[in-house]
Design a protein around this ligand. Sequence first.
Ligand code: DX5
Ligand code: ZN
Length: 218
Amino acid sequence: APMIKIAPSILSADFARLGEEVRALDAAGCDYVHVDVMDGHFVPNLTIGPLVIRALRPHTAKPFDVHLMIDPAQPYLAAYAEAGADIITVHAEADRHLDRSLQMIKALGKRAGVSLNPATPAAVIEHVLDRLDLILVMTVNPGFGGQGFIPAQLDKIRRLRAMIGDRPIELEVDGGVNAETAPLVIEAGADVLVAGSAVFSGADYATSIAALRPQRQR
Ligand code: DX5
Ligand code: ZN
């Protein structure tokens, strides 16, 4: 069985104390720090730019998993890479030239990811698989934390797990992941779980993070 990684989303953190929050996640045993970047155009919300990522970079050595919900993304890839992103994920729907974006991310020396909205079929990434380090399946419609998990995405997770085969691609799930839904997405084949409200609503981040891992890994 694969090791499950937990990537808390700082979208649900206290934005007035973001540096402290990132240090607390690190101390609580997170694997990645998930950063939700929204442009008010691709999604109906505005969040974090490269300046904030740069400011957070000294607060942890954990990888920054940067989820770009922006259209276009290409003009900003270098800025996010330079700010300290380790994984840069673009949305298939926001990108007319996905293959080029993935090449650009790799040329910047970063791990390349692609994300799929709930209405987007798995097949759209079939021909870029060999450029990918990570696939991010949205299990809510992106834009906000705290929404309900969409069970129809479990089938897509299973399909993508089969498509990945033995390629070294991580399969990440984002949206409505909590202690109840985590076992479902793990069973379907996910190996990285993003969680915003489930981590930050608890008083103790280490307990909340451990509750998302399979029993054998707590
Ligand atoms: C949604 C973001 C998610 C979100 C997850 O647009 O991409 O990362 O913050 O939050 P929860 O875990 O609360 O659904
Ligand atoms: Zn996200």
